[in-house]
Design a protein around this ligand. Structure first.
Ligand SMILES: CC(C)(COP(=O)(O)OP(=O)(O)OC[C@H]1O[C@@H](n2cnc3c(N)ncnc32)[C@H](O)[C@@H]1OP(=O)(O)O)[C@@H](O)C(=O)NCCC(=O)NCCS
Length: 142
């Protein structure tokens, strides 16, 4: 979860434009992956994300975590799935401490700009059964 001090800092120095949350069953992601193979993975994740999740012995919960985070980002953007949006327009990579960072591109970046969102922060959790993510869209110029 986002730590209390980060939320307090965000409220003090930035405007929270929107928030999003998502929960998913890992089994569902595992089944889709099994059915569609690599095609599913390369549609959902960027090459760098694929390299990251494959560091896990069982990559399914981490893939499900990214799926949840990307759905939560779509909730922040408020559009749901729309014509030009691609999963790979949202990239979530972890720093050396393991903390995930979001980079938007393409149509997602364009929508975020329209909403005045300059930064997206996310927090991901997963167990073998479930993955969940929360997301905030921030305007750092406020
Ligand atoms: C950072 C920490 C809180 C993450 O907790 P966790 O239970 O391992 O994490 P979860 O299983 O709920 O979720 C995993 C996700 O946490 C996120 N995460 C990992 N390290 C993180 C960090 N430093 N900051 C923010 N998020 C982090 C990642 O997104 C990860 O998923 P991903 O690798 O697929 O992207 C944990 O690693 C930690 O340092 N805990 C300190 C307490 C401790 O060491 N306890 C062990 C003895 S009881």
């Amino acid at each position: 979860m986002l730590t209390a001090h980060l939320i307090a800092y965000a409220i003090a120095t930035m405007r929270i434009v929107a928030q999003g949350i998502d929960l998913i069953e890992c089994e569902r992601i595992g089944q889709i992956w099994k059915r569609h193979g690599q095609r599913f993975l390369t549609r959902l994740l960027t090459d760098a994300e694929i390299r990251y999740v494959k560091r896990y012995k069982d990559a399914v919960p981490s893939v499900a975590g990214r799926f949840a985070a990307k759905e939560a980002i779509l909730k922040v953007l408020g559009t749901g799935w729309r014509g030009k949006i691609a999963w790979r327009d949202m990239e979530i990579l972890n720093d050396t401490q393991g903390q995930p960072h979001v980079t938007l591109s393409g149509e997602c970046a364009r929508i975020a700009e329209t909403l005045g969102i300059t930064r997206i922060v996310t927090s991901i959790t997963h167990t073998p059964n479930y993955a969940a993510a929360t997301t905030l869209g921030l305007d750092e110029r406020s």
